[in-house]
Design a protein around this ligand. Structure first.
Ligand SMILES: Nc1ncnc2c1ncn2[C@@H]1O[C@H](COP(=O)(O)OP(=O)(O)O)[C@@H](O)[C@H]1O
Ligand SMILES: [Mg+2]
Length: 510
């Protein structure tokens, strides 16, 4: 459908070309459109230097969000910038293969007057805990932290603060929380006869709340979430790799197999981001970012989140910028993202919005108010008329000022616009240089074994307690002084630091 020209201006093409020039490296998104006309000289681009100023890719289903992500990821990679992307449906896996020049692509290439040659890109496939194809990504429960875990559990405020107390207790007692079985063991201990006195010692933790948390953890395990927690913990430095030829590696977290656990994967993405924040040094503004992180299905992260959680997300996003990390949220409606976060997203790619429901209409009006004023388009109308693979764009110029809003026909990806299949993804993952580092889960001695030993010692002869279910069996070590020994060990100390830190602990300085 043709964009309506609100006010004609003969200088439109040169004006847009000028507004979107960039002396340094940049990513080409597409070409400017006004009325029925594509302006091939008006190249719409974003300087790589502005990619750490974050962004939003929004639009209704099927309007081109994932392809925009693909276009950005492949150009960033070619410029040497590593990329992380959550691949919800598996359709980003095509990034590793050269694209096909379909008729639609051919037409688009002609309209845009661009050179187009198919090319694949270096991709590492990751999976959550090895569910589905990809290098298994895991995190220790202690490093995940009580706040994020509470979000996964859908815990209320009381339960959240109780969970924090349990984490602190485990930390003080040197009970390593590596997987969910460890956390379950601690909760089981605290709610048992042996642990009664200990529980009383923890001010503010009610037995009933501990019981609720225990039930929630067991439920989470029943949903298969146990696979995500444990060791070896994923080292976020592995997201920052480049190839010997200097291309940025694109890490695709394949989530098709875990789509039914949206809370878990969205929270996991947040953990990765927080880890990056902890891991990376302060660098200020760079010519190109150290990493660009695409956060797909971002609404899942913000749904029913507590105010405290939202504040922490907003703060992480704000602070990670000076570590050279750009975050692009991908979601259907801009108001899926809380205002505090939205305000930090300098680069906007808004694909078509539908105005079917009252909520849609409201979201449309809200979206319009977040855009710079324009005389070229009637924004509200334009946003509902955009074609597939078109978007209203405003970026940050090299000077950091918002560029004028421009109706953009996006370039097609040079890589394949389709999924490559689980077998090929699995094969590529096994070929990756980091496969051997993460393929096998390891099970160090942690809270479960320590507490099993303790409860065994306390139980009368003939009533020895086994390690709670879920371990390989026979791992309970009844070693005297094991707790103090563990506390003094290097592993123990490492664990304590990571428990004390939590994911958001350092950010909030409570
Ligand atoms: N930049 C583009 N170039 C070529 N085709 C595109 C482009 N963007 C979208 N399309 C077409 O539209 C379809 C849907 O796009 P997609 O990115 O999967 O939508 P969304 O992620 O918003 O649901 C794609 O399969 C492709 O055929
Ligand atoms: Mg999509």
């Amino acid at each position: 459908m043709a964009p309506r020209r609100k006010k004609s201006g003969d200088d439109f093409g040169p004006r847009m070309a000028d507004a979107y020039t960039s002396k340094g490296a940049s990513i080409v998104l597409g070409k400017a459109v006004l009325g029925d006309t594509v302006y091939p000289d008006a190249v719409v681009r974003v300087p790589t230097a502005m990619c750490n100023r974050h962004g939003l890719i929004a639009g209704a289903t099927g309007t081109g969000k994932t392809k925009t992500l693909q276009v950005m990821a492949e150009q960033l990679s070619s410029l040497g910038v590593p990329v992380f992307a959550a691949d919800i449906k598996g359709d980003l896996s095509g990034l590793m293969r050269p694209g096909e020049k379909s008729d639609a692509v051919g037409t688009r290439v002609d309209q845009l007057k661009i050179d187009w040659s198919p090319s694949g890109h270096p991709v590492t496939f990751l999976s959550l805990g090895g569910i589905g194809p990809g290098v298994p990504v895991r995190a220790a429960v202690s490093a995940f932290g009580p706040e994020l875990l509470a979000k996964v559990l859908g815990a209320n405020d009381t339960q959240t603060s109780s969970l924090s107390l349990v984490f602190r207790y485990a930390d003080e007692k040197g009970l390593g929380l590596l997987d969910l079985a460890d956390l379950r063991a601690v909760l089981q201990y605290l709610t048992s006869d042996e642990g009664e006195q200990e529980l009383k010692g923890i001010g503010g933790l009610a037995a009933s709340t501990a019981g609720v948390l225990l039930r929630d953890i067991i439920q989470l395990e029943d949903q298969g979430a146990e696979a995500f927690f444990g060791e070896p913990q994923f080292d976020v430095a592995d997201l920052l790799r480049t190839t010997p030829e200097g291309a940025g590696v694109i890490s695709c977290l394949e989530l098709a197999a875990t789509q039914d656990k949206p809370k878990l994967f969205s929270t996991f993405l947040m953990w990765l981001l927080a880890e990056l924040f902890h891991h990376l040094p302060e660098v200020g503004d760079l010519d190109k970012p150290k990493l660009v992180f695409f956060f797909d299905e971002a609404h899942l992260l913000f749904e029913d989140a507590s105010k405290a959680f939202l504040d922490q997300v907003a703060q992480t996003v704000r602070l990670v910028r000076s570590k050279g990390v750009g975050v692009f949220f991908v979601t259907q409606l801009p108001d899926d993202v809380p205002e505090d976060v939205l305000a930090q997203l300098g680069n906007r790619v808004q694909h078509a919005l539908r105005a079917f429901t009252p909520r849609d209409a409201k979201a449309l009006k809200a979206a319009v108010t977040t855009y710079p004023k324009t005389d070229d388009y009637d924004l509200e109308e334009a946003l509902t008329q955009l074609g597939i693979g078109e978007a209203m764009v405003t970026m940050l110029s090299e000077r950091g000022a918002p560029t004028p809003v421009v109706w953009t026909r996006m370039v097609p990806p040079t890589s394949l616009m389709a999924a490559i299949g689980d077998d090929d993804i699995g094969k590529a993952a096994k070929d990756s240089s980091i496969w051997s580092k993460y393929a096998e889960e390891i099970d160090r001695e942690s809270a479960r074994e320590l507490l099993a030993a303790k409860m065994s010692a306390a139980a009368p002869e003939g009533e020895k307690v086994d390690a709670p279910k879920g371990d390989g069996g026979g791992k309970a070590k009844k070693v005297e002084g094991v707790v103090t020994g563990y506390l003094k060990s290097q592993e123990g100390r490492r664990m304590i630091t990571s428990v004390a830190r939590g994911v958001f602990g350092m950010l909030t300085k409570r």
